[in-house]
Structures are given as C-alpha cells and as structure tokens.
Design a binder for this molecule. Structure first.
Ligand SMILES: [Zn+2]
Length: 159
C-alpha cells in the first residue's frame, strides 16, 4: 500500500500580495538589514504578525561557534512567544539577502528545525500560521506550517 502527501501553496508576484502581506514582507526585508551573518553572508529577515496586530521582526544571528547561532525564524518566533504569550502568531514572512546585498530570486523555505518550532506554535494556539516566502522572482504562500512538515513529530505522541 502506498499513500501520497500533497502540499498546496499559492505562487504569487509581490504585486499580487494583499496589503497586509506586503507590509509583513517589507518588515521582513527591513529585518534582514540587521542580520548578524559574517560567516555565511546570507542575511535572513523575518516578520511575524500576531493576532493582536503587533508585528515582531528578527533575523539570523551567527556565532564563531557555529552551533550557537540561530535562524531568523526561530529568533523571531521565540521572541514573539516570550513577549506576547497570549497572542497567536497568524502569519510569518521570510526573505533573505545575499552577499551582494540583493534579495533572493527564489523563495527560501525554513530549515527543518524552524519548521518544527513554528509548528509547535500552531499546536499551542490551535490556529494556522500562514507562511509567506518572499523573493524578487515569486512568492510562495502556504496557509499552514503544517503543510511544510508532513508526518511531523508532536508533543501529543509522547502521551
Ligand atoms: Zn532554521
């Protein structure tokens, strides 16, 4: 027996984004300017919109001791959750600039560890987290982080 997992997502241009999504993307782009990435020179920026309308931004933070560094997505979502634990994150925009300072031209999906961290937020708040992956070429929109991590591990499995 075989089963199949199908992931649906929207592919849009920047102009096709809603005004709210454009604003979140602009905040993510701005956040990439403050990234600390002297080793990879890959400057990732994130913006998380909370259900109370507050936007939290963050970026990747590297370290000479590589495992100490943290991705932009986790920097941002952990800050949001530690400062606004009563408000669900409803959307996250992610983008990056390269060494030359230009924004990427293909969408940048979060790494596996970040997907796991973001998924837990959906499970805590029982609310989907929209993911906006912005690039100059096209932008992907996933309507839940759950779609990016099928067959996921969750706390309920330990009960
Ligand atoms: Zn990551």
């Amino acid at each position: 027996m075989k089963e199949q997992i199908v992931i649906n997502y929207d592919v849009l241009t920047y102009e096709q984004l809603s005004e709210e999504d454009k604003a979140l993307v602009e905040n993510a782009k701005k956040a990439s300017l403050y990234s600390y990435a002297p080793f990879s020179q890959f400057y990732v920026g994130c913006a998380v919109l909370l259900e109370n309308g507050v936007t939290i931004t963050g970026n990747n933070q590297e370290n000479a001791s590589f495992p100490c560094g943290t991705c932009a997505e986790r920097s941002t979502i952990f800050y949001a959750h530690s400062n606004y634990p009563d408000y669900a994150p409803v959307a996250i925009a992610i983008t990056a600039r390269q060494k030359d300072g230009e924004f990427i031209d293909t969408p940048l999906p979060p790494c596996g560890a970040c997907r796991q961290a973001l998924l837990e937020m959906e499970q805590i708040y029982k609310r989907p987290l929209k993911v906006i992956l912005y690039s100059t070429g096209k932008t992907f929109i996933l309507h839940s982080i759950h779609d990016m991590l099928p067959l996921q591990f969750s706390a309920t499995m330990m009960q």
